[in-house]
Design a protein around this ligand. Structure first.
Ligand code: CU
Length: 238
């Protein structure tokens, strides 16, 4: 996580939620498409349930996409969507749809924040002003985890459920492509060369990316005070 956060902070780019396409605003066209397919190796060769939670981005020049507003809903003691990618400066709202309180917080540097306890029907928001990976927890329920990936550059994507992704309008040049997934300890990096594209085709880069999650294990995290959660946390009536 730390490595990744630093890499992101250094420079990068990438895609918005929902659309599963890229946040690319301000591209003048003429760039090439970087497409591909992400596969995750699983224990027992089981199918991957969460390919769409991967994040692919290309480090490159230029500004971030325009800031946006995204939402991560809280329902049944879970955050949905689980992974959201937003341009730098974007705001994420966290509406609480459960009939009890939650406390959304993060201790990820430098994006830490604490929205405090709030109840059903309320929504609090945070604006992300530093690029990088922000792990979002709940101080009441230790199993509640979401990721907000804040992109300093505009070339990024999340795959569809089958692992296919597309980043449009990438200018010709040499780049470092990054692929992150929650269940893969080390972010994958790959040098790619994008040749001129634009109308009439050409310039496409098609990538087959394989991640390995066979060593993944859920690790508990600390609460907002840096302490273990009570052993019954999340198992009580609420
Ligand atoms: Cu909670």
């Amino acid at each position: 996580m730390t490595r990744w956060g630093l890499g992101l902070a250094a420079l990068m780019c990438l895609t918005p939620p929902g659309s599963r396409a890229q946040g690319g605003v301000g591209g003048g066209g003429g760039g090439a498409r970087v497409t591909g397919h992400v596969t995750i190796l699983e224990k027992g060769n089981k199918p991957s349930p969460d390919l769409g939670d991967a994040v692919i981005f290309v480090e490159g020049p230029g500004p971030a996409a325009r800031p946006a507003t995204a939402e991560i809903f809280i329902r049944d003691k879970a955050y949905a969507p689980h992974v959201v990618v937003v341009p730098l400066g974007s705001t994420v709202r966290f509406p609480n749809l459960d009939p009890f309180n939650h406390n959304v917080f993060s201790v990820s540097e430098p994006g830490q924040f604490d929205l405090g306890l709030y109840g059903r029907g309320e929504a609090k928001a945070h604006t992300f002003t530093a690029a990088g990976l922000v792990r979002v927890f709940c101080n009441v329920h230790p199993r509640m985890v979401a990721y907000v990936v804040v992109m300093a550059k505009r070339w990024y994507a999340q795959p569809a459920g089958d692992g296919a992704f597309m980043i449009a309008d990438v200018p010709a040049g040499r780049y470092k492509l990054h692929v992150w997934h929650e269940r893969v300890a080390t972010e994958l990096m790959k040098d790619i060369t994008v040749t001129p594209g634009g109308e009439g085709g050409g310039g496409a880069v098609d990538l087959q990316i394989t991640l390995n999650a066979r060593g993944y294990k859920w690790e508990p995290h600390k609460n907002k005070y840096g302490q273990d959660y009570p052993t019954n946390a999340g198992l009580e009536r609420y």
